[in-house]
Design a protein around this ligand. Structure first.
Ligand code: AMP
Ligand code: GLY
Length: 429
């Protein structure tokens, strides 16, 4: 038996961490949650206190954890993982939910991830790696772009900006130049991935992992483009829903056996066991499943969709995973539909030369039954909420049907007011 968790240190500050704190606070045994750095939204959660500081600085996180002595540390975002925060905390003898730096490469290096998938037989789009700009140009010039399409991916973490699904050779060559040569481009990489384009419907699958075994946590579909009908630039995620009846049972079985299981076995074989949340971005066409990418943490806003559907206390499961002692029973899910809509600031996603409209006063209504509000880019200024980020606040609603969940979510969205507020009207349609 893993010891009961009474106190938790949660790293992160977004809507995802607001949802995590909300779910953790419902655990009867939990008496205190510290959020580093947290946010004014997270501070509204019962039992929760925010601690100022840099969550990606391993020495600072260790010092903070040694002072607070939490029973469990949970890492929300990817940047502390890539910075080796888990390695430092575990070296200090602390109990952590999240992968060490070497295992977090499944997300922090797209090339590591693709080579891993090839080595362990995980289905993914065919690809080539270039180590120099000249090599990338040569590969691109020889590529059958009309037949296979070409997707260009920068190797490292790029906050969602390091992938371009190109339309023709000219765009592919321009992307290579931007990512590898152009100093004005925010994405910079020395190594690049060229990948065949695959088609189908996208879904994200989540699993809780303890280094050896995993438990499936559910599925979510998200909306990446900023405007309705998938128009406009990519964002961190504008909303989403938990699909029902799709992927099929057969596809779900395939994902467990041919995606999650070989990741666990392969990472053990490489002596970098994977502990934490594994998030597989998948493309499904008929029964054909391919992995687009792995993330080594919960998604934002997928977490705001998945956690409200989990019927039971999740904290004991997190503790078991951290201790390498996960049981065989996945958490039970509510028999509801869940849908989430994100409201953003005007100008989001910010691109070079355009500012976002920030500092606007916000009216945030009380959440009605079966509705939850998760705050990301907003803060309190003299007791008044103002927006201070791209994605500002998200509304999750549960319903007996998708129509009910959607109507419920949008009814609350309409009651949130701030100048320049933007949201997609077509989530779940
Ligand atoms: P990623 O950052 O790897 O999730 O990629 C961002 C988005 O690009 C994905 O959600 C897909 O919509 C798209 N994408 C990535 N790789 C491919 C591919 N090989 N074929 C088609 N679309 C892709
Ligand atoms: N919503 C996508 C992500 O968290 O990466």
């Amino acid at each position: 038996m893993t010891e009961t968790v009474k106190t938790i240190l949660l790293l992160g500050s977004g809507g995802r961490e607001h949802a995590l704190a909300w779910k953790m606070a419902q655990s009867p045994a939990v008496t205190k949650i510290w959020a580093l750095p947290g946010s004014d939204g997270i501070a509204t959660v019962e039992k929760t206190e925010c601690i100022a500081g840099n969550a990606t600085d391993p020495a600072f996180v260790v010092k903070t954890a040694q002072q607070l002595k939490p029973d469990l540390i949970f890492i929300g975002p990817e940047t502390p993982l890539a910075a080796g925060v888990v390695d430092a905390l575990e070296a200090a003898g602390l109990s952590v939910m999240g992968p060490r730096k070497a295992a977090a490469q499944l997300e922090s290096s797209k090339i590591f991830s693709k080579e891993f998938m090839t080595e362990f037989g995980i289905p993914t789009a065919p690809f080539k790696v270039a180590d120099t700009y000249d090599e990338a140009i040569t590969l691109c010039e020889k590529w059958d772009i009309e037949g296979k399409g070409i997707v260009i991916k920068a190797d490292g973490l790029a906050a969602g900006k390091g992938v371009v699904v190109t339309h023709d050779r000219a765009e592919a060559l321009k992307t290579l130049h931007d990512f590898m040569v152009n100093p004005a481009c925010s994405v910079k990489t020395e190594r690049i991935l060229l990948e065949e384009k695959i088609t189908g419907k996208e879904v994200s699958a989540f699993a809780l992992c303890d280094g050896k075994t995993f438990l499936p946590l559910g599925y979510a579909c998200d909306y990446k483009r900023v405007n309705d009908n998938d128009q406009g630039p990519n964002t961190g995620g504008m909303g989403g829903y938990a699909p029902k009846g799709w992927p099929s049972d057969k596809a779900r079985q395939f994902i467990q056996e041919h995606v999650f299981r070989p990741v666990m076995a392969g990472m053990q074989e490489l002596k970098t066991p994977f502990k934490g949340i594994l998030f597989a971005g998948l493309m499904i066409e008929g029964d054909n499943v391919k992995v687009i990418e792995f993330n080594t943490r919960f998604g934002d806003p997928e977490t705001q969709i998945l956690l409200p559907l989990i019927a039971e206390d999740i904290v004991p499961l997190f503790a078991q995973a951290a201790a390498g002692k996960l049981g065989a029973t996945p958490p039970s899910l509510r028999n509801s539909h869940a849908l989430h809509v994100v409201l953003t600031s005007e100008g989001y996603p910010e691109t070079l030369g355009t500012g976002m409209r920030l500092g606007e006063k916000m009216d945030i209504p009380a959440a009605p039954d079966n509705t939850l509000l998760f705050i990301s880019g907003a803060k309190k200024k003299n007791d008044q909420w103002v927006n201070n980020g791209g994605r500002v606040i998200g509304v999750t609603a549960l319903g007996a049907t998708m129509d009910e969940a959607r109507a419920r979510a949008y009814a609350t969205v309409e009651k949130i007011h701030f100048q320049g507020a933007h949201w997609r009207k077509d989530i779940g349609r």
